[in-house]
Design a protein around this ligand. Structure first.
Ligand code: HEC
Length: 108
């Protein structure tokens, strides 16, 4: 899986792997699992869901629909201190996958 992804990034090179990321079903599926296990206590994580369990936490569908939302912007959001998410520690793969999942919601 990882090798396949790496090969794809290599193939696509500088053509913008951010959109490719959200279109590859493998990281998107893994990211959905990460979202459901690590984020769903507070965020509405499913496509089309708008009401989050924690009102202050935006639904992922809304995050994805934010104009100009990119992989980089999401990375910055997840890496900056998230006052209300003290235990949110994602490794690099989980971070990439959950970002792919969130971005994929924008297309539904
Ligand atoms: C304990 C509750 C909680 C958990 C778990 C949680 N979040 Fe959050 N998240 C929040 C709250 C509350 C906010 C808004 C306030 C803030 O930024 O602290 C937020 C904000 C965000 C934002 C910024 C949204 C925006 O438009 O401002 C993103 C992106 C985000 N969370 C992603 C995630 C991801 C991805 C996960 C799982 C890996 C996750 N969160 C898990 C509570 C949570």
């Amino acid at each position: 899986m990882v090798n396949r992804f790496a090969a794809m990034v290599l193939l696509l090179g500088p053509l913008g792997s951010a959109s490719a990321l959200a279109q590859d079903p493998v990281p998107v599926q893994r990211g959905r699992a990460v979202a459901e296990s690590r984020c769903a206590a507070c965020h509405a994580v499913r496509a089309g869901e708008t009401t989050s369990p924690v009102a202050a936490a935006a639904s992922f569908t809304r995050v994805a629909a934010t104009p100009g939302m990119t992989e980089l912007a999401l990375q910055a959001m997840l890496q900056t201190s998230h006052r209300t998410m003290p235990n949110l520690i994602l490794d690099a793969d989980e971070m990439r996958d959950v970002i792919a999942y969130i971005l994929s919601l924008a297309k539904r």
